[in-house]
Design a protein around this ligand. Structure first.
Ligand code: COA
Length: 218
């Protein structure tokens, strides 16, 4: 089984085609629960996931309803989602954090132990910091997009779906007139960093921190 998959992947790489038949497009009604499940699996250890499915759904839903939100989904021919990417204008934090205040408080009441996790304090500090300090790249915020989250279902990884999602996100940002895109990633996240670097995203800022920032000029 494994060798068949490896062969398929090698053939797909050689022909520059995809080893799974998926199409990427804007999120359609009904797909939100599927991408919530992909997120819950991909970001198991992250604070927002530890706050529960309802909170993750509120976050992803915010990107589907915000005027500047972008949510693109990779869907198989049978209608099953295998990955998604979401983002918005880089100054989305303040608006999103306000909109998520109530779901956040509700999630904290039902998951009070979360405040003991160092990652909770770390992400709280980072969120607070981002609310007062704009992203450190050379573009006015309305021309700078943030890629906030990207994930592919475990059984669809290493088949080029991540690349397809990145292609679609970059071209959607171009279409909307953004001049550059930024993102942050945990420095230990090798698969994600390889994906960005292969696509010529450039690491910038503090390269030795817990998280590394990347940017792409469009
Ligand atoms: C990071 C992540 C989204 C990458 O998704 P992915 O679909 O596995 O990425 P891709 O398949 O496009 O690229 C991975 C591999 O597939 C290969 N590939 C790319 N295009 C391909 C194609 N057309 N056909 C076959 N293989 C291909 C790539 O070369 C790469 O292999 P290599 O690193 O051995 O060279 C995925 O690992 C994930 O969901 N991780 C958990 C969530 C996460 O950490 N997100 C990032 C947070 S910022």
């Amino acid at each position: 089984m494994h060798s068949v998959k490896t062969q398929l992947t090698k053939m797909a790489k050689a022909t520059n085609s995809l080893a799974v038949d998926v199409k990427v497009g804007p999120i359609k009604p009904g797909l939100l629960p599927q991408i919530v499940d992909i997120h819950m699996e991909a970001f198991k250890e992250y604070t927002n996931t530890k706050l529960g499915k309802g909170f993750v759904q509120s976050i992803l839903d915010w990107f589907t309803t915000a005027d500047d939100g972008i949510v693109l989904v990779a869907v198989r021919p049978d209608g099953q989602s295998v990955g998604y990417v979401a983002g918005a204008t880089s100054d989305y934090h303040v608006r999103m954090n306000r909109a998520l205040a109530f779901p956040g408080i509700a999630a904290l009441i039902t998951h009070p132990w979360i405040v003991l996790r160092w990652r909770f304090l770390y992400s709280l500090g980072r969120r607070g910091w981002k609310m007062v300090v704009p992203a450190r790249v050379q573009a006015p915020s309305h021309r700078l997009a943030s890629l906030v989250t990207i994930a592919v279902a475990p059984n669809a990884r290493n088949l080029g779906v991540g690349d397809l999602l990145m292609d679609a996100f970059e071209s959607e940002c171009r279409k909307r007139g953004f001049k550059s895109i930024r993102l942050s990633v945990y420095s230990s996240n090798k698969p994600a960093r390889l994906l960005y670097e292969r696509r010529k995203w450039e690491a910038y800022g503090d390269l030795n921190g817990e998280q590394v920032d990347y940017r792409l000029l469009l």
